[in-house]
Design a protein around this ligand. Structure first.
Ligand code: AHG
Ligand code: MN
Ligand code: MN
Ligand code: MN
Length: 338
């Protein structure tokens, strides 16, 4: 290998954040410090996940959370790591976690201006099977004078200042986007302990014949959803049927959809009238990533996902997200039922 192919101008997440901050003269540096605490929590969770089997961290914790999920030991550990990192950053006023029934207020930091929402371990039912899981996060800035009550958090995704996720797969991949910004992917270099910019300015392909949905729920789907999925499986104009890819971890299904294109769907249905995925820390953060990558994200009422306001911090929604043109097909079929 010639020296000209070795990249010696490495962009770490730390450098990327410094350069981002420099673009905003009014920046205080608080957001940058918050992101450093975030990246530490991803490195730390990645470490525990890789060793889970070795240190008896797989399996159930024996408890369940507010949304009725059985909690895995790693759900609890991931949550504890995340809470500690956000608290010690001194830049977070309030935190919502899938694993915590109530909001967590950091009263020791009354002047902190950020609210963070998170799903510490997404896809945890797959953990013991070694399937890729992840952490999903969103960052809101509190209004002036807001103290971070639950009501302060019932915001639409349009008010997110940043969001993203880390997928703990073959390597730890962090995908992050800022409001109105591009989507950037970073790969954790375990030797350096640094997230390295590996996927600058990620764009979701406009179309791709891949659909990702749990067909085990077909019995409960509403008619427009049934017609839509059948139109992919049994194309009438003689086109090729779509490929089915469903991992069962939203982070893994979303990452593949972002990279390859296609559509991911978890529709609301007759069994789950509001859908399964949680608005604040699953649907909205992912919707911001896909919109900023040129894709679309809508709910089961065909509303823009980023405009959906949660009624409580664990409120759920149906969701269709992915390639712009693929989501448009869902909208067009639903129009026939209006
Ligand atoms: P979590 O592990 O954070 O509770 O999320 C699980 C979610 C999401 O990761 C995935 O898309 C969905 O559950 C899969 O649900 P089904 O097993 O019902 O398909
Ligand atoms: Mn869960
Ligand atoms: Mn989840
Ligand atoms: Mn989770």
């Amino acid at each position: 290998v010639g020296t000209e192919t070795i990249n010696t101008d490495i962009v770490t997440l730390t450098r990327f954040l410094t350069e981002e901050q420099a673009k905003h003269k009014e920046a205080t540096g608080d957001f940058t410090l918050l992101c450093h605490a975030l990246q530490f929590s991803f490195k730390s969770i990645a470490y525990f996940i890789r060793r889970a089997t070795l240190i008896n961290l797989t399996g159930l914790a024996g408890s369940s959370n507010t949304t009725g999920d059985d909690q895995k030991k790693l759900d609890i550990i991931g949550d504890d790591i995340f809470i500690a990192a956000m608290r010690s950053s001194g830049r977070v006023r309030v935190l919502v976690s899938e694993e915590q029934e109530k909001i967590i207020s950091f009263d020791e930091h009354p002047d902190a201006r950020y609210a963070v929402v998170c799903d510490p371990i997404d896809g945890s039912s797959n953990l013991d099977a070694g399937v890729s899981v992840g952490t999903i996060f969103g960052i809101f800035k509190l209004e002036e004078g807001a103290t971070g009550t639950e009501a302060d958090l019932l915001k639409p995704g349009t008010e997110l200042v940043a969001s993203g996720f880390t997928m703990y797969g073959a390597s730890a991949m962090l995908v992050i986007t800022m409001k109105g910004g591009s989507v950037n992917g970073f790969t954790l270099d375990n030797a350096l302990g640094e997230f390295i910019l590996s996927h600058p300015n990620m764009r979701c392909p406009q179309s791709r014949a891949i659909y990702s949905v749990n067909e085990g729920n077909s019995l409960y789907w509403e008619d427009p959803v049934k017609e839509y999925v059948n139109s992919l499986k049994y194309p009438t104009e003689g086109g090729k049927p779509y490929s089915a890819r469903y991992i069962g971890s939203m982070v893994a299904d979303a990452y593949r959809t972002l990279l390859y294109g296609g559509i991911f769907a978890y529709p609301a249905d007759k069994k789950s009238a509001k859908g399964k995925l949680r608005i604040l820390y699953e649907c909205a953060p992912m919707a911001l990533v896909f919109e900023n990558a040129g894709g679309q994200a809508i709910d089961s009422h065909m509303r823009r996902m980023l405009e959906v306001v949660p009624e409580h911090i664990h409120d759920r929604s149906g969701i269709f997200l992915g390639s712009y043109n693929e989501v448009q097909k869902v909208i067009d079929i639903h129009k026939k039922y209006e």
